[in-house]
Ligand binder design. Structure first.
Ligand SMILES: [Ca+2]
Ligand SMILES: [Ca+2]
Length: 89
């Protein structure tokens, strides 16, 4: 005879083993998040839709923010679509 206590213990143990296996299975899933960060979307960044990116429209943690003076080749303080495309191609 199996006591109710040992059945509960067995169920709990099985549950813990299953929980431990989930991250291992998830690790085998192909990740498609990596490619997302390499390309920037001009129209998404151009918050005020004036067709140019000003420095305050670019998040400070973006590499583009660091490169802004170089990307802004005509030095008008904004990135035109052409300047952006040259950087982002
Ligand atoms: Ca803008
Ligand atoms: Ca410019």
């Amino acid at each position: 005879m199996t006591s109710p206590l040992s059945r509960t213990l067995l169920a709990t143990t099985t549950f813990v083993i299953l929980l431990a296996a989930i991250p291992a299975m998830a690790g085998d899933m192909p990740g498609d998040e990596v490619a997302e960060t390499t390309k920037l979307d001009f129209s998404a960044l151009d918050k005020n839709k004036d067709g140019a990116l000003s420095a305050d429209e670019i998040p400070e943690n973006e590499a583009l923010s660091m490169d802004f003076p170089d990307v802004d080749s005509d030095g008008d303080g904004k990135l035109s679509k052409d300047e952006f495309d040259t950087y982002n191609q």
